[in-house]
Write a protein that binds this ligand. Structure first.
Ligand code: SF4
Length: 177
């Protein structure tokens, strides 16, 4: 772990310089998946089936567990989001930028997940191909990751929102080995 920490430190700096509150190198077993996460997408979210970065087009929790287990480490990112979708978009851009920077540095398996549904196009057509496949990434939750349990596993703040106006904490993760 200390070797990974040293080698990946520049990518943490990159994240912190671009506005995240926390950037941590973690081991992938501490990223928690659960079967119920899919239910929350399927029953209760307007986005189910409407976008290529949402279920059922994303990995199932079981599939995601297998993917996570094929990596040793990840960079977990957290940002406290106060107002406006610009912060969310900026955060999700950062996830992809870190993934790409890792890839170009030789970490050929690097792959990232952001927060919330993809908002790149006004309307997503799930019967077609992605219009921005190089930059669109699903969220952690869309891939069956329990973001609450994962954040709390790493002593990061997260809470249930009671209104859409409340301040919130958003998370992303970039898998790396
Ligand atoms: S980039 Fe556009 S087409 Fe691709 S998943 Fe996002 S909204 Fe859909």
């Amino acid at each position: 772990m200390s070797d990974a920490k040293e080698k990946l430190a520049p990518f943490l700096t990159m994240a912190l310089e671009r506005g995240v509150d926390h950037a941590r190198i973690i081991e992938t077993p501490s990223i928690i998946t659960a079967p119920w996460v899919r239910l929350k997408c399927q029953f209760g979210c307007f986005g189910y089936g409407r976008g290529l970065c949402c279920p059922p087009y994303t990995p199932t929790p079981e599939g995601m567990r297998g993917i996570l287990d094929s990596y040793s480490h990840a960079i977990l990112l957290h940002r406290h989001w106060q107002k406006g979708y610009a912060v969310l978009d900026e955060f999700n851009e950062l996830v992809v930028d870190i993934e790409k920077a890792l890839f170009l540095d030789g970490y050929y398996k690097a792959w990232g997940m952001g927060s919330g549904p993809c908002r790149r196009c006004k309307k997503c057509d799930p019967t077609g191909s992605c219009l921005h496949a190089d930059r669109s990434r699903p969220s952690m939750e869309a891939c069956g990751i329990d973001a609450f349990a994962t954040a709390r596993e790493h002593d990061l703040p997260i809470q249930v929102l009671r209104t859409h106006k409340e301040e919130r904490d958003i998370f992303g993760v970039v898998l790396v080995e």
